[in-house]
Each structure stands twice: as C-alpha cells, then as structure tokens.
Design a protein around this ligand. Sequence first.
Ligand code: ADP
Ligand code: MG
Length: 322
Amino acid sequence: MALTEFSLIQQFFADATQKRQDVIVDIGDDCAVLSCPADSDIAISIDTLVSGIHFFPDVDPHTLGHKSLAVGLSDLAAMGATPAWFTLALTIPSLDEKWLSAFASGMAELADQHNIQLVGGDTTKGPLTISIQVHGLVKKGAQLQRNHAKSSDKIYVTGTLGDAGAALQKRLASWQPEELSEKDWSFLNKRLEQPIPQVNISREIQPFVNAAIDISDGVLADLGHILEASGKGARIYLGKIPLSSSLQKLDKAKAWQLALNSGDDYELCFTVPAEHVQALETLNLDIQQIGEITEEQKIVLLDEQGQPSVLDITSKGYDHFV
Ligand code: ADP
Ligand code: MG
C-alpha cells in the first residue's frame, strides 16, 4: 500500500520514542496534552534545519535525525532544564520510506537516551526542512540565564572546541592539512554530524552556575551574548582552551581560530563564582576553566606568553542574514 501522510505518521513517528507518564494525550489528536509538576516551569526552544543551509543535502538521514534533536537538547542543557517532550514539523519532498525510517531512528535513539517523548508535529510536502520544538522542565527559579554573570566569575566550557568547525571547513573550503589522518577526520566529522548535547553535565553544574549558554556559533560569539546580557567583559587564556587530540596536531593559531570562532560545537559555556569553584572541580566533569569575567565590557585574549589582544564585543559567529 502506498504511504500516505496518515500512515507515515503511524509508521515512523507515533511510537518512535519511549512513552512518559506525564503525557495525557499523545500523537493522534489535535493537540498533545502534557502535565507539568507544580514545582516546575517549562522551558521551550525551537530550531529549524534547512537542507543546503544547515546540513548537506546528502547527509546520512540517521545522523540528521540525531542532530535535529541534539541542537534543541543543547538549548535545554544551557537553561538547566530537564528534557521532557518535543514536537516535529517535517517538510519533505517525497515519501521516501528508507530515508524516513533512518531519520526517525536517529532521532528516537537520542530521544530515548534523554527520556524526551515525541508528542506531536506536522508533516508537509516541500523542500526538506526540519523544525523541532523541545520542552524541558526546570525547578521554579532554577533556570540558568545569560544575564547573570558577575565580575570575577570563572568562565568554563565543556568538552573540546572547534572540532565541528574543522570538519565543516574541510567540506566547504577543501581544507586538508597533512597533519590530520583519516582517523582524525572521522572523529571530526562525527563531532559535526552527531553532536552530544551536554544534558548530563548541565544537571551537575546547575547548583554552581551564575550564567550559561550553549556554544552553537563559536565560543567568542556565544560568550559575547553572556557578556552583553550581563553588562560585563572577559579575560580568556588561549592556552587553556580545550582542544581535541586532532586539533592539537594543527598549528596553534589555526586551532585557536577554529576553537574560538567556528560554530556547531554544542558544548556549554558557563560562569561560576569563585566560592563554588572548589566544589565544582571535585565533581571531575569534562569541563575546563578558560578565563574570568571582568568589569570592563571587552574580551581580552591572552596568549601563552601573556600577550593580550583585545576584541570588541560584537558577534563574530554565523549570522544568517549577512
Ligand atoms: P491536524 O490536521 O489536526 O493538524 P495532522 O494530520 O497534522 O493533524 O496530524 C495528526 C496527528 O499526528 C497530530 O496529533 C500531530 O501532532 C501528529 N503529527 C503529524 N505530523 C507529525 C510528525 N512529523 N511527528 C510527530 N507527530 C506528528
Ligand atoms: Mg497538522
């Protein structure tokens, strides 16, 4: 039987993810109905990925399903919210069962890791576009915001920076430095195509954090948003920027440039008051202190010899409209 819109939803999406107890009305009605605990608020965020702009049209649909949800989960992590539910608006050029099945399984695997349930959506025909709206729960008043950084807070990032940017530069600019092996490229491509949202770290750091953001446009641009919202500046020690073993093989200036300015990392950047640093460090998380918040509204980058370069606080990340 030919696939119709209705059977498509039944086959690929209605039971794609694990069911949660707090879903009162699931996929199949006009709306989903969800129950929120009395001590929590709901954090929501939506992201759209357009073929040819946010991903290569020939990308593996399984990894695309993963990434489409990962970017939303990263936003929830940045707010300190626990993933709960999501909706999917899918625009596809044709009913390609193989593609749909791989896309749905990539999305569902990540969803089940984080106990987030697909509770509704919309399906239309047109150029391939994926919008996912995520909903998370956050204890009242406990959300992490961009505008709460304080002077002398320590600045931290999770994971390593610049890996996705390196993979992207190879694809877009045929950049292929001889220091990097096939193994490096497969690692870097994975970082680009299947980012791991830092939901678990978010939960652990929450008690210690003043301000947080996820790094989607490069740490300088995203830290810049924290600084702008908080009316502060920052001092960053370049030698402390965490680099993967692949990026460490590159010329330092190149690796730093990728780490500071390229997008798609989906790591977290957050600030911690000095009195919480010790408690945070004893948790042994995959985090690295890279600098501190300052009063004056500028970013000072210090190289390993202590030589400063000063930046205006203007967004240097990816801008869709320029
Ligand atoms: P309506 O016409 O009421 O909007 P639809 O035919 O668009 O209903 O959708 C029927 C049901 O399937 C709804 O519960 C909707 O949330 C769900 N749905 C539609 N598309 C998707 C999708 N891509 N993923 C998950 N649920 C979907
Ligand atoms: Mg609809």
